[in-house]
Design a protein around this ligand. Structure first.
Ligand code: ADP
Ligand code: MG
Length: 248
């Protein structure tokens, strides 16, 4: 039997009130290691707020978020990042006037170096890691290109790469394929399947075609609560989900 400590992330009774309005209301869900979980639901369901609560941007009114034994609701945003939670926002936050290489390089975590004063050794390790990440995000041939000249999809991948270089155990993405072409969407699915060998991914997404390509499990959120949960096939066949979301 699985206990709550076997999960990478255990969200229990999570609640936040904004002036009495419960945007997230007694929410519980559990994320396995190496799992891709997709959260779907109508606008205003509380999806983005859930990510805000997990990453410490918004303080919970009640409930707990346990991540690898850390109680995230008691931690500050930068401590949560250090504990291994990476979160991508809806609008990309890359440095347009820097190259792909430089964007990845400045995201390489500092203070984790075992090389001490041996700067050249660190430089070699950083370069190797940047090149490895660049391959994962389909930008190996664009390392010297200024980020401003990347396509919209490539910018999204670069931002995912800037998170991956910090090696988070949990990667959270809010609508990562919005505005992407069909082929970019397919490659993003491939990217996510590749990176979960070392981590879990929590994705908010509207595009059901993409959800079907990536989700191990789907959690349907409605009015801050879990309306339905399970495989894509199961939630798609759930009349409650069809009524409040898929039927529209
Ligand atoms: P979703 O991402 O599912 O579309 P959100 O999580 O953005 O939904 O929002 C859920 C609800 O909480 C909405 O009604 C939104 O207006 C409200 N909300 C979100 N953040 C705040 C905030 N900081 N203050 C007040 N209300 C908020
Ligand atoms: Mg949202």
């Amino acid at each position: 039997m699985q206990t709550s400590t076997d999960y990478l992330l255990a969200v229990e009774g999570l609640t936040v009130s904004f002036d009495g309005f419960r945007a997230v209301d007694d929410l519980s869900f559990y994320l396995d290691r190496n799992e891709i979980r997709v959260i779907i639901g109508p606008n205003g369901a509380g999806k983005t707020t859930v990510l805000d609560l997990i990453c410490g941007r918004t303080r919970a009114t009640a409930g707990s978020v346990n991540f690898k034994g850390h109680e995230l609701t008691k931690m500050r945003e930068h401590e949560i990042v250090r504990a291994g939670v990476g979160r991508k926002f809806q609008t990309p936050s890359i440095y347009e006037d820097l190259t792909v290489f430089e964007n990845l390089e400045i995201s390489y975590p500092r203070g984790r170096s075992v090389f001490g004063a041996l700067g050249f050794k660190r430089d070699a390790a950083v370069r190797e890691r940047v090149e490895q990440i660049a391959r994962d995000i389909f930008l190996a041939d664009h390392l010297d290109q200024l980020a401003e000249y990347l396509s919209h999809g490539q910018k999204q991948w670069l931002e995912i790469g800037m998170l991956l270089i910090q090696d988070p155990a949990l990667l959270m993405l809010d609508e990562p394929v919005a505005g992407m072409s069909v082929s970019e969407r397919k490659k993003t699915a491939e990217l996510l399947h590749r990176v979960i060998q070392d981590r879990s991914v929590l994705v908010i997404e509207h595009d059901m075609g993409f959800v079907e390509e990536i989700a191990h499990k789907v959690t349907v959120l409605y009015q801050g609560r879990v309306l339905s949960e399970g495989s894509v096939a199961r939630v798609k066949a759930d009349p409650k989900v069809v009524e409040v979301y898929l039927g529209h």
